[in-house]
Design a protein around this ligand. Structure first.
Ligand SMILES: CCCCCCCC/C=C\CCCCCCCC(=O)SCCNC(=O)CCNC(=O)[C@H](O)C(C)(C)COP(=O)(O)OP(=O)(O)OC[C@H]1O[C@@H](n2cnc3c(N)ncnc32)[C@H](O)[C@@H]1OP(=O)(O)O
Length: 214
């Protein structure tokens, strides 16, 4: 299968705008961490809230219908700037930066933030699952079998800390027709596995019939 994606808007301005939007998203991530950790006085919280409402109105002045989708960057590498996990232009995203290995598996160095807390001092299990869902999806894609998550099974072996470097890896293990299995994990840099995942990803019949987007 070959990946066919539309090129990004052919404008230098568009690249500069995306860079600015990515910088804005980074600033908003810092803002979110500041919000969950702040202990300033109530009056200050109220004042900041009013200022943020005004800033939000400025951004609302011109709106897209949807977040930025898949596109080819100027370097020919596919990107998805609006994605909830990897999108540089999405403040919700870590963003996860995924590398493809020569063996066509995937790896990502990552670090969670205080905003990802679930149990005290621990990353929320749903956040770990979301990261693994995407990473497993990318692993099947780079192996040549892009698909949608059918099932995702997670085993939480140890508490995932935030603010510390971690390593996530995943690899396609087997295929049966349009069904593709993939394993992945989040581990400490020394190799101790904290979360394991197995997923079944299915290439939708529509993608094969229409030869897109794969
Ligand atoms: C994402 C865009 C990628 C674009 C690619 C471009 C480049 C890639 C670059 C970068 C990779 C990025 C990676 C992102 C990863 C993100 C992951 C997500 O978050 S995905 C969102 C959550 N998942 C859904 O929303 C699915 C919702 N469900 C569906 O759409 C359909 O149910 C679907 C596609 C899963 C199956 O629909 P059918 O019509 O194509 O297939 P049928 O005929 O029903 O089933 C085929 C076989 O699969 C089994 N099957 C179907 N669904 C199953 C399930 N949920 N669990 C187990 N088996 C299932 C069936 O029993 C059947 O098996 P038998 O052939 O009979 O053996």
């Amino acid at each position: 299968m070959t990946i066919e994606l539309a090129p990004a808007e052919d404008e230098e301005d568009a690249e500069a705008k995306l860079a600015a939007l990515s910088a804005l998203s980074g600033q908003v991530r810092d803002l979110v961490d500041a919000v969950v950790l702040t202990d300033v006085a109530e009056s200050e919280i109220t004042a900041v809230t009013a200022e943020l409402a005004a800033l939000t109105d400025r951004l609302h002045a011109l709106r897209r219908a949807t977040p930025r989708s898949f596109e080819l960057g100027p370097d020919g590498v596919p990107r998805h700037a609006g994605n909830a996990v990897t999108g540089s232009a999405n403040p919700h995203a870590l963003p996860l930066v995924i590398e493809t290995t020569p063996e066509r598996t995937v790896r990502a160095e990552l670090s969670f933030r205080p905003t990802h807390e679930g149990p005290p001092g621990t990353v929320h299990g749903g956040v770990s699952a979301m990261i693994l869902d995407h990473l497993l999806g990318q692993a099947v894609a780079v192996a040549g079998f892009p698909g949608m998550t059918g099932t995702l099974t997670i085993r939480y072996r140890g508490r995932v800390p935030y603010g510390e470097p971690l390593l996530a890896t995943a690899e396609h293990t087997r295929s049966e027709g349009r069904k593709n299995w993939v394993d992945g994990r989040i581990a400490l840099p020394g190799g101790t596995v904290l979360v394991e995942a197995t997923g079944l990803f299915i290439t939708p019949s529509a993608w094969i019939e229409q030869q897109r987007p794969v």
